[in-house]
Design a protein around this ligand. Structure first.
Ligand code: WQD
Length: 351
């Protein structure tokens, strides 16, 4: 079995991707220092795949510790690099922390990929690289506007670092630009674990619905959209996860036409904030406690994906709709409430 290193594999998209990789025949190791994640999520992964994933609890900004992972695991066939800070608001408050962490960890991983002749590299990028685009439906060739946050800038810079680096070595790369990943694995053994008060819409909805947050704000209803609230392309995390498996097989099968290809990962449908809330209320039967508030600085009015390239070239077919996204997100929130010690207990067991 081809061995794949997944960095940030204890995170939301990383853990779901590990499940998909293993279920598609890959051997997976994880590198995650759990600074923004919970190693207990690997217990949920184990329940699904019936296999323990080894996690190297390493700060990838430390080159020697990163190097040691590759020394211990000769023959790594591919790397999927998720590990990064991703909170837009925090990045505005602490830009240097974001540039330091997100770029130095990437540089160390790329150095090791070159040093150990790892042929395939998949990068966790984001639609945030488009900034505030002129047209709301973006293709991979849509010109990038200035990033709206230092977090977005680290994704723009990260893509450039990869493009320039692989011109001088034999690594083949794919950049996957996620739109808005939401939901949870249908087994409800893994899902999103926001740290602190959630900034993102769907965890804010589910935490409000379960009572962890008393009231949710809708940030702006005076935009030039169907109902005045912002439009986004919400995509189920399992559809995102499977795209990583397809991207690796695309590279391993030498189907790539260049050594650095880019793919948008979105459904191609846009939903407004109020439409997402309505979908959640319909699926959960819960009347959400929210109020219409002022705009959030930095928000893009509307953006969603032209995903035809991923469909055509990767054979990717995102099949999980907004109702499944809301249903699995809600069931995961209910599980977290019912097993409030779910992760603290498991972490205790692990240490
Ligand atoms: C979506 C919409 C908010 C919370 C960011 C990153 C992106 C990716 C996903 C990492 C906006 C509105 C939100 C709330 C609200 N992150 N909202 N009330 O900003 O599109 O994307 O997160 O990969 O890279 O840029 O996602 O979920 O924060 O916001 O009204 O309590 O929901 O204003 O219109 P966003 P989001």
């Amino acid at each position: 079995m081809d061995k794949i290193l997944v960095t940030g594999g204890c995170g939301f998209i990383g853990s779901h991707t590990i499940v998909d990789l293993v279920q598609n025949g890959f051997d997976v190791i994880c590198a995650d220092n759990n600074s923004r994640s919970n190693e207990g999520i690997l217990n949920g992964v184990e329940k699904i795949i019936n296999k323990r994933i080894k996690n190297y609890k390493v700060d990838l900004c430390i080159y020697d510790d990163t190097y040691a992972i590759f020394q211990e695991n000769p023959g790594i066939k591919g790397i999927i690099h998720f590990a990064a800070y991703k909170a837009v608001g925090e990045s505005v408050e602490k830009p240097l922390m974001y540039f330091d962490n997100n770029l130095n960890s990437l540089i160390n991983i790329l150095k090791c990929a070159e040093e150990f002749n790892v042929p395939h590299f998949v990068f966790s990028s984001s639609c945030t690289v488009y900034g505030n685009p002129d047209s709301m439906i973006v293709t991979e060739d849509t010109p990038q506007k200035p990033a709206e946050s230092p977090y977005g800038a680290t994704k723009q810079m990260g893509e450039q670092i990869i493009r320039d680096t692989i011109k001088s070595n034999s690594v083949n790369a794919i950049l996957l630009r996620y739109f808005n990943p939401v939901g949870a694995h249908p087994s409800i053994n893994i899902g999103e674990l926001p740290i602190g008060k959630p900034a993102n819409l769907v965890p804010a909805i589910t935490q409000t619905a379960i009572g962890k947050i008393p009231l949710m704000n809708v940030f702006g209803t005076d935009y030039d959209t169907r109902d005045g609230s912002c439009v986004r392309d919400y995509i189920h995390v399992c559809d995102i996860a499977h795209a990583h498996t397809l991207a690796l097989n695309y590279l391993i099968g030498n189907k790539n036409t260049s050594n650095c290809e880019v793919f948008n990962l979105g459904t191609g449908n846009g939903y407004t904030v109020l439409e997402v809330i309505a979908a959640f209320e319909k699926v959960s039967g819960v009347q959400l406690n929210y109020k219409l508030g002022p705009r959030r600085p930095g928000d893009v009015v509307a953006i969603y994906a032209n995903n035809s390239k991923a469909k055509t070239d990767l054979g990717w077919v995102p099949g999980l709709g907004i109702d499944v996204m809301m249903d699995t997100a809600w069931k995961w929130e209910l599980k977290l409430k019912n097993d409030e010690n779910l992760f603290t207990t498991q972490i205790a067991g692990l240490n």
